[in-house]
Design a protein around this ligand. Structure first.
Ligand SMILES: [Zn+2]
Ligand SMILES: [Zn+2]
Length: 70
């Protein structure tokens, strides 16, 4: 396993406005992925997918927001 930075909270452990802990990394800012760590190809490691029509940013379905392939 490899320890990688959570893309959704960018390692802060906090999810969005307010201080609610990031539910992807559990508030640690880091998470474990299988070695070797590989960025998610769908979101290119950002954990976010932008809807081209509505411009709404949502969690990547490929990695569930972590930014890493699991
Ligand atoms: Zn996180
Ligand atoms: Zn992704």
């Amino acid at each position: 396993m490899a320890l990688v930075k959570c893309a959704w909270c960018e390692g802060s452990g906090v999810d969005g406005p307010g201080d609610s802990p990031c539910d992807i990394c559990g508030g640690d800012g880091f998470l474990e992925v299988p070695d070797p760590a590989t960025k998610c190809g769908r979101c290119n490691g950002s954990g976010r997918i932008k809807n081209e029509i509505t411009e709404e940013v949502s969690r990547c379905a490929g990695c569930n927001g972590s930014g890493w392939a699991t």
